[in-house]
Design a protein around this ligand. Structure first.
Ligand SMILES: Cc1cc2nc3c(=O)[nH]c(=O)nc-3n(C[C@H](O)[C@H](O)[C@H](O)COP(=O)(O)OP(=O)(O)OC[C@H]3O[C@@H](n4cnc5c(N)ncnc54)[C@H](O)[C@@H]3O)c2cc1C
Length: 479
């Protein structure tokens, strides 16, 4: 019987996971002198948010391979980083002895640490449906969640795709090169980005959504513009539908069968919590952390998609699943470990994307989601033109603001709970950022007076949309 090789090393900081949360933790550890820092990676690091654009080729003509982060050359990473990277999967952590076991291709490594950052991220989630899994697969490697079970990705049946890493994007890229018709399940940002990518590559696409309208982050009135754009571009949209079963070439939905070459599940993700659970960490919707990203155990911090936060507007626990937040959390955790003051304030969720030239964004609570949560809300809808009427290059947009009526405890009357936008025009990211701040600071619509509006004819129309929103809100008040 051959003995398994086991190497040992020690670290001031051990980081589990090499996604945005793990990588930024590593960069910050080097910057703040928390060394040696060791990062365990179990897959190729990528600029994950760009993966659909690698498949679509419009923004990344070289394909998904271009999004892979080369640890030895990437300018944002220290050039000698490779010495601190262990390739493999952390399979066990003993928080009492402060040691972790990494199963790598060349054997096991035991890492003894002083401080631990967990950044295991999230995995694609697929609804249970007949035929999407093979009976057998590999024992180790990346996983997906099917219903509430983690299963090895190698068990995904032929023709079943997900999108989380470089390997997935390469597989989709190959599919895009030859597929005639593909079904995409889920119409969130990732689903729509992959719909656009496959469509740009010449495939006919059917988008399947369980809800009554596309894009759960938008309300039906706002999502209608996205649906129209999909329709105009030849994407078939099946709403209020669900996958019953898959057999190569045939997808059976509740509404009937479809002949497609493949099915791509963009049906959401679930936080990866198995290690945290085995360590006995406090978990609710995700890992519970304080404002410095400390978990319920000493010397253990957690960042990224596995972590829940307090929603700034309501205080309720939410899973943000946002890369930019993962990076802030990473900086906060490392500063705390380094003994520097760092507290991350509560945040609000957002989703901003674009499909076939139509930009959409959602910040905070949608009206439908707020009502489902039991909040009493009202909303304001404002058509906004991006240029003055005498400028033919102007584009139309629609804004929607969701306000508390002030009848719920903890909310002020007119408190801005959500902002949505669909726009044919310019990049909405800066606008969405302003509303992220307003919502996180629990501002009211009247406080829009304090948000100065800049007009420059080359960039926008002379009408101040913030004043228009205040006027709309005043018009709703009982006199
Ligand atoms: C297609 C797509 C587009 C997106 N677009 C945007 C966007 O535009 N803007 C934005 O802000 N966010 C976006 N996101 C969300 C963003 O990518 C995530 O919020 C972010 O990746 C979270 O980072 P993370 O480090 O927590 O987790 P992940 O990126 O999931 O990384 C975690 C890593 O840890 C590994 N791991 C898990 N367990 C172990 C273990 N035991 N041992 C070793 N390694 C382990 C995982 O395999 C994975 O590689 C997008 C996500 C996707 C999938």
């Amino acid at each position: 019987m051959s003995e398994k090789k086991r190497a040992t090393r020690s670290a001031k900081l051990l980081i589990v996971g090499g996604g945005p949360g793990g990588r930024v933790s590593y960069i910050m550890a080097r910057r703040f002198g928390v060394e040696p820092a060791v990062m365990v990676l179990n897959e190729e690091p990528t600029v994950i948010c760009s993966l659909p654009y690698g498949v679509g080729r419009r923004l990344i003509p070289d394909g998904p391979g271009a999004t892979v982060v080369d640890l030895s050359k990437e300018k944002r990473l220290p050039p000698d980083m490779a010495k601190d990277v262990v390739f493999g999967t952390v399979t066990a952590i003993n928080s009492a002895s402060k040691s972790a076991i990494v199963e790598g291709t060349n054997g096991e490594t035991e890492i003894v640490y002083e401080n631990l950052i967990l950044a295991p991220g999230a995995v694609p989630w697929l609804p249970p449906a007949d035929g999407i899994l093979k009976d057998k697969g590999a024992e180790t490697g990346l996983v997906v969640a099917v219903s509430d079970q983690l299963v090895n990705r190698s068990r995904l049946a032929e023709g079943v795709y997900v999108l989380r890493g470089a390997e997935d994007a390469r597989a989709l890229d190959e599919l895009a090169a030859c597929a005639k018709k593909v079904a995409v399940v889920g119409t969130g940002a990732v689903g729509l980005e992959i719909v656009e990518a496959l469509s740009d590559r010449g495939a006919a696409v059917v988008a399947i959504e369980a809800l009554k309208h596309a894009v759960s982050a938008l309300d039906a009135d706002m999502a209608a513009a996205v649906e129209r754009r999909m329709h105009e571009r030849g994407v078939e949209l099946r709403l209020a539908d669900a996958v019953k079963s898959w057999a190569p070439g045939k997808l059976t939905l509740q509404s009937g069968a479809l002949a497609v070459d493949a099915v791509v599940f963009a049906s959401g993700v679930r936080p990866r919590l198995d290690l945290a659970r085995a360590m006995g960490l406090k978990i609710e919707r995700g890992l519970v952390v304080d404002a410095a990203q400390k978990t319920s155990l000493p010397s253990v911090w957690a960042v990224g998609d596995a972590v829940q936060i307090a929603d700034a507007a309501s205080g309720r626990p939410v899973l943000p699943l946002i890369g930019t937040l993962a990076m802030r959390q990473a900086m906060t955790a490392v500063m705390d470990i380094a003994g520097l003051p760092a507290q991350l304030p509560p945040a609000t969720l957002w989703g901003v994307s674009e499909i076939f030239g139509l930009h959409w964004g959602s910040v905070g609570w949608g009206e439908e989601a707020a009502r489902r949560a039991g909040f009493r809300v009202t909303s304001l809808s404002l058509p906004v033109r991006s240029r003055d009427p005498f400028m033919p290059s102007g584009k139309d947009a629609l804004w929607k603001v969701v306000l508390s009526t002030g009848e719920d405890e903890g909310f002020k009357s007119g408190q801005i709970l959500g902002f949505q936008l669909v726009s044919d025009g310019d990049n909405p990211a800066h606008l969405a950022e302003r509303f992220v701040d307003m919502i996180a600071r629990r501002e009211t619509v009247q406080e829009l007076f304090g948000h100065y509006f800049i007009h420059s004819p080359a960039h926008n129309s002379v009408d101040d949309p913030f004043l228009a929103l205040i006027a709309l809100a005043m018009g709703k008040r009982p006199r």
